[in-house]
Design a protein around this ligand. Structure first.
Ligand code: FMN
Length: 351
């Protein structure tokens, strides 16, 4: 495929061929029981879908669908400004690539190698003016840290999220990310329920308040705590010194029957707005979805499964196209709800 021929539709068609049996690359990606990614409750391993029945994955999408945008167009003409400050870096949009790992387990090199996946996310996001976060899984180690290698290649423009491994191992990963010049580091604390780590006998742990404090003080970088689905955890993470939290149920992959992430966001915002950065993910597919979470008080949104499809379909270019598409639809949504920039987005743009 030449660059001229490449559109997001073509990227997704390519991804559909490569991800056969893993992901149907449906128009609606919602973890519905009829999608080919689902089926874990009937004994299949966790693939690309949600854990168990898929209810948590599905609830992310359903909860977003329930929120409605209020159109308001009378006024002076403008094009919306989507620029966003993330720890002192000006990004083109309040949208970043989520920390995802283990894509080579969906068919190996003929789908995409883990190294190329990491490069695609980090460099594709960079080309779109934003940041790709990198994840962690059982095949990663301090010697084979594909995510950090990609961050080095992007001159530090990346965020490294480590599974809740032993404290010393996390701290060593943080040090390595620090040397790479990463923008921030973090832990997906809900990774203590990781299917991939458990099935490959890689120990992951619940983290207590003191563990979190130790992690925060172990590095000069901002520390992000990802996988927050309750006010108690949000407050504990903030009190432990988290520079940001991510309201997330891991795309519905760690606990069946959680609510959608936008359902728990408002009470967390009510308590913590202005005290720590509040980021969210789970089921966001367009700028219209993203604007809903921003209206409820999240400052930015991470994109999971669509980034995988884009990377598998067309590598760095695919991810760039995906992120640019999201930026454009967010700008359109902001224009149509009378938000000139992110400071003008508030809950009154929702019904
Ligand atoms: C295949 C797969 C692998 C993932 N791996 C990680 C990981 O290594 N670390 C992490 O913090 N989250 C991981 N996640 C969760 C994502 O960061 C993100 O929370 C989720 O995908 C957002 O939901 P969405 O896919 O509906 O956008 C993974 C998700 C998927 C689908």
């Amino acid at each position: 495929m030449t660059l001229e021929e490449m559109t997001l539709t073509k990227v997704r068609e390519e991804a559909k061929k490569k991800l056969m049996g893993v992901c149907g690359v449906y128009k609606i990606c919602d973890g519905d029981a009829m999608r080919i990614c689902q089926g874990q409750s009937y004994g299949r391993p966790l693939g690309f879908g949600g854990i168990g029945s898929g209810a948590s994955f599905n609830n992310n999408v359903l909860a977003l669908k329930k929120l409605k945008l209020k159109m308001k167009t009378i006024g002076d003409h403008f094009e919306a400004d989507t620029t966003y400050d993330f720890f002192g870096r000006e990004l083109s949009m309040p949208i970043m690539g989520a920390s995802i790992a283990g894509i080579n387990s969906f068919g190996g090199e003929k789908v995409i190698s883990e190294k190329e996946f990491c490069r695609s996310v980090v460099l594709g996001c960079k080309d779109a003016g934003t940041i790709g976060w990198r994840g962690d899984t059982y095949t990663y180690s301090l010697d084979e840290s594909y995510g950090i290698d990609a961050i080095v290649e992007a001159n530090g423009l990346g965020v490294k999220i480590v599974k809740p491994r032993e404290q010393k191992v996390i701290i060593d990963f943080f040090k390595k990310a620090e040397k790479a010049g990463s923008v921030a580091v973090g832990v997906d604390i809900d990774g203590c329920g990781s299917y991939a780590m458990a099935t490959h006998n890689k120990p992951v742990f619940n983290k207590n308040f003191d563990d979190l404090k130790e992690l925060v003080s172990s590095t000069t970088l901002p520390v992000i705590i990802k996988g927050i689905m309750s006010l108690d955890d949000a407050v504990a993470a903030k009190d432990a010194g988290a520079a940001a939290i991510v309201v997330s149920n891991h795309g519905g992959r760690v606990l069946d029957h959680t609510p959608g992430t936008v359902e728990v966001l408002p009470e967390i915002v009510a308590e913590l707005e202005g005290k720590t950065r509040i980021i969210i993910d789970g089921g966001f597919r367009t700028g219209y979805d993203i604007l809903k979470a921003l209206a409820l008080g999240a400052e930015s949104v991470l994109i999971g499964r669509d980034i995988v499809r884009a990377a598998v379909g067309a590598g760095i270019e695919g991810v760039r196209l995906q992120m640019e598409h999201l930026q454009k639809t967010l700008a359109k949504a902001m224009k149509m709800t009378n938000c000139k920039d992110l400071t003008e987005v508030n809950r009154f743009i929702l019904y």
